[in-house]
Design a protein around this ligand. Structure first.
Ligand SMILES: [Zn+2]
Length: 437
């Protein structure tokens, strides 16, 4: 077929996932997630916030990994509000950004509720168009416009918003079900209308407040492809994300590949290798410090467990009796080695001997003492940074890319006293003892 359309995947763990209340990731962990997404062949990683000061070194460091050919398949894209000042600041902070998503509120609820009656629907379109022109002038190659609260937005307005954005260079329309309001049928119908009217590739961004994020994503993707455009499903690993989370990456992949209405009829990004997803799910659970729920599709401890008599008997005779897909397809099934005797680890207060022992086990040898001591310093710092025992992937990353490891872990707090703070500093008020504990 000449104009074959695909279902691509944009993982937003490093942007939406880290917005999760009370949870977050260190820059080294975000970097390892980008590398693992690339290893799987996920189409795009929305890797962070270019307007945020503490992200700057991390974002630039990861783009250097692209330049060095370390990240080869996954496109790294930045998220920002769809206003000119955010675009300018983003490209000032991260000049080599090529892929961006500009987020704009499109529902009347948000236009009124957020801007206090000062902005109209037309104002929103005008400022978005200006932001798009600016992004192109700054060197953006691929821009998506995000319609925030799209599921509560007037469909005709969404179409006008999309068409105007397209005229100003937007390549993709992100349909954001910000509150998790859609159901699979409404998702299909609304996406279908937008795709047919705009002929833009559609990003499907669904939240899980009603437990339907994965189903909505799959049906939204089906609608886009049925309408003759590409679909880009937005996901988070292990369904992380604000409130009840975003659409889970592996559930969406499996929903397209294995469900009765999709299986064999729709194709995902051919780069994607499902067999590496288990490793990513495990690492992400560790990095967030949130275990994978026992009944999580595909990755939960019980996803392939059978106990009741009839099920166990049936699964033993032929797994297809009670399993839709095999654990090996996800890369599960390897025995896990847990050290039960002496264990040497390396960390923020670790010394050179234990550190060398840890790297020897990974078959990495240091050429001289200087190299070992330098990498040890970085590993110590990495442990200060993540506050968790370092994984083999993290230790290897530090060894192979010490300059980038040092860069992404460098965060300089903003401290330039002005206004009242300056008065406190000038009056030596900050040097006096205060009771705060
Ligand atoms: Zn979101």
């Amino acid at each position: 077929m000449p104009n074959k359309k695909y279902i691509y995947f944009v993982d937003v763990t490093n942007r939406d996932g880290v917005q999760t209340s009370r949870l977050g990731l260190a820059k080294l962990q975000k970097t390892i997630i980008n590398l693992m997404l690339d290893d799987i062949g996920i189409t795009q990683s929305e890797f962070g916030f270019p307007t945020t000061r503490h992200e700057i070194n991390y974002l630039n460091g990861n783009l250097e990994l692209v330049d060095r050919g370390v990240i080869t398949k996954t496109k790294l894209s930045g998220w920002m509000r769809g206003i000119e000042e955010d675009v300018l600041l983003s490209f000032q902070n991260v000049p080599r950004l090529k892929f961006v998503n500009l987020s704009v509120s499109t529902s009347d609820q948000m236009i009124k509720g957020k801007f206090g009656g000062k902005k109209t629907r037309d104002d929103i379109i005008k400022s978005t168009n200006k932001a798009l022109d600016t992004a192109i002038a700054c060197g953006a190659q691929d821009i998506g416009v995000n319609a925030e609260d799209a599921s509560r937005s007037d469909i005709e307005y969404l179409i006008t918003f999309g068409l105007e954005a397209k005229k100003h260079g937007a390549k993709k329309f992100r349909y954001c079900d910000t509150l998790g309001y859609d159901d699979p049928i409404s998702a299909y119908e609304r996406i279908s209308k937008i795709a047919q009217a705009t002929k833009m590739d559609i990003e499907l961004h669904f939240h899980n407040d009603l437990g339907m994020a994965a189903g909505n994503s799959v049906m939204g993707a089906k609608a886009a492809v049925d309408a003759g455009v590409n679909a880009y499903i937005n996901t988070a690993i292990n369904g992380m994300g604000e409130r009840a989370g975003n659409a889970d990456l592996i559930s969406c992949l499996l929903g397209v590949l294995k469900s009765s209405g999709m299986h064999g009829k729709y194709e995902i990004d051919p780069n994607i290798d499902l067999s590496k997803t288990w490793k990513l799910a495990k690492y992400t659970a560790y990095a967030f410090g949130i275990p994978i729920p026992i009944n999580q599709p595909a990755t939960g401890a019980n996803a392939f467990a059978h106990e009741s008599g009839i099920h166990a008997d049936g699964a033993l005779k032929d797994r297809l009796n009670y399993e839709l897909y095999d654990y090996a397809e996800l890369g599960r099934g390897e025995p896990e080695i847990v050290e039960t005797g002496r264990m040497i680890t390396t960390g923020e207060y670790g010394g050179i001997k234990g550190f060398r022992n840890v790297y020897e086990k990974m078959e990495i040898e240091f050429q001289d003492e200087d190299e070992a001591r330098n990498i040890l310093e970085l590993a110590r710092y990495a442990n200060v940074h993540t506050q968790k025992p370092l994984t083999q992937s993290e230790l290897k990353f530090i060894y192979y890319y010490p300059d980038i490891a040092a860069k992404i872990m460098t965060v300089t707090p903003y401290y330039m006293p002005t206004g009242n703070l300056k008065k406190r500093v000038d009056n030596n008020f900050i040097t006096q003892p205060h009771l705060f504990v």
